[in-house]
Design a protein around this ligand. Structure first.
Ligand SMILES: Cc1cc2nc3c(=O)[nH]c(=O)nc-3n(C[C@H](O)[C@H](O)[C@H](O)COP(=O)(O)O)c2cc1C
Length: 346
């Protein structure tokens, strides 16, 4: 597992002290103004031994909220709250990126006292908001051209705010069925304007967000998470393959900090991708690739040695083991993760 503990140069601005990244993990523990708390700063600081912390998904504006007490990055109080977190991580020698989030149709008007939520098209998802079971998902309003323009600006502003808050960079959340991903799949995007119907159109908004954020803070500080395989809040459609082929080839004209696989279990395979999501992304992209999803230090190290990806993100085991990297380094056994652990920030 030596290779996991070696430094990795992302680019001329950022070098990571090892290849173990903390995967973004929503914890729903911000205060009622969606401001990060001291407990969150302590929680992240305990994990500063990882090569890079990617924070829990953080909403770029009020109508992006789909879960209770998820933090924001759209006002002064939130920026100040995050500054406490980034200072704590930096003091321990860590690096930290903020994951930028808008849940799109997975949002709920209840959280922001609104009349509707925005999506790519007026196609809702079934079910209720986790943790607030009485809230049924609503049918979104298809974002207008003006609303899309505003969203691009809001992603850009959120990235600027992240830098003011002391983050080393951001990861744009383009995965897991949330707003950007809703434009990238045929089951959620039936638009008939320049944002729908063809791979070129369906990738237009996500690419505009990548470009706006890169322009604001530098592409070398901008990562992107993608889910070419629909597995969460999204129905599969084999035509999605062409959208992601096109998206990855367009992204190759840019050099981002990294691309991150958006999946819970990388052993999952998708017929239309010809295998796992990580294998598909590796084959179709030249960017630095972060693998994730059900890996142990052993299996992740082997995958890196086999060049399946370059960096390994660890999610649930890092909830159970704040000192994960130290345990790997010294060969100690790990505490097993259980969902019960989500109740407290340790
Ligand atoms: C409690 C929990 C919260 C999560 N929150 C996020 C999130 O905010 N953003 C995101 O992109 N993925 C999120 N994920 C997915 C993880 O980043 C990761 O892909 C997944 O846990 C698989 O990695 P693991 O097997 O190492 O846990 C979450 C997963 C869990 C278990």
């Amino acid at each position: 597992m030596e290779n996991l503990l070696q430094p990795f140069t992302l680019n001329d601005k950022i070098t990571l002290k090892n290849k173990v990244l903390m995967a973004p993990l929503t914890r729903c523990m911000a205060d009622d103004d969606l401001v990060p708390t001291q407990s969150m700063a302590d929680y992240y600081a305990r994990r500063a031994e990882t090569g890079l912390i990617i924070t829990e998904a953080t909403i770029i504006r009020p109508d992006g909220q789909g879960y209770p007490n998820t933090p924001g990055i759209f006002n002064e109080k939130q920026i100040k709250g995050w500054k406490v977190v980034t200072d704590a991580v930096h003091q321990r020698g860590g690096k930290i990126f903020l994951q930028l989030w808008h849940t799109g149709r997975v949002a709920h008007p209840y959280f922001f006292d609104g009349d509707f939520v925005l999506g790519a098209s007026a196609i809702g998802i079934e079910g209720t908001v986790p943790r607030v079971r009485e809230l049924k998902y609503t049918v979104p309003k298809a974002a207008s051209l003006q609303e899309i323009e505003q969203l691009i600006q809001d992603y850009r502003q959120a990235a600027a705010n992240a830098r003011i808050a002391g983050f080393d960079g951001v990861e744009i959340h383009g995965a897991n069925g949330y707003l950007l991903d809703q434009f990238l799949h045929y089951s959620s995007n039936v638009r008939e304007d320049e944002y729908g119907q063809t791979p070129e159109n369906m990738t237009r908004f996500p690419l505009a967000v990548v470009d706006a954020v890169s322009h604001e803070i530098g592409a070398e500080r901008c990562g992107l998470r993608l889910s070419p395989g629909a597995y969460f809040n999204m129905e599969k459609d084999p035509r999605d393959r062409q959208v992601f082929d096109y998206l990855l080839s367009e992204l190759d004209k840019r050099t981002l900090a990294y691309l991150h696989v958006g999946i819970f279990d990388d052993a999952m395979t998708f017929d239309y991708l010809g295998g796992s999501v990580s294998a598909y992304m590796r084959e179709h992209s030249r960017q630095t690739l972060v693998g994730v999803g059900g890996y142990s230090a052993e299996s992740g190290s082997t995958a890196i040695a086999n060049q399946q990806f370059d960096l390994l993100a660890i999610g649930r085991p890092l909830i159970a083991n704040p000192d994960y990297v130290e345990r790997v380094r010294t060969g100690q056994s790990l505490v097993e993760y259980s969902d019960v652990m989500l109740a407290t920030l340790v």
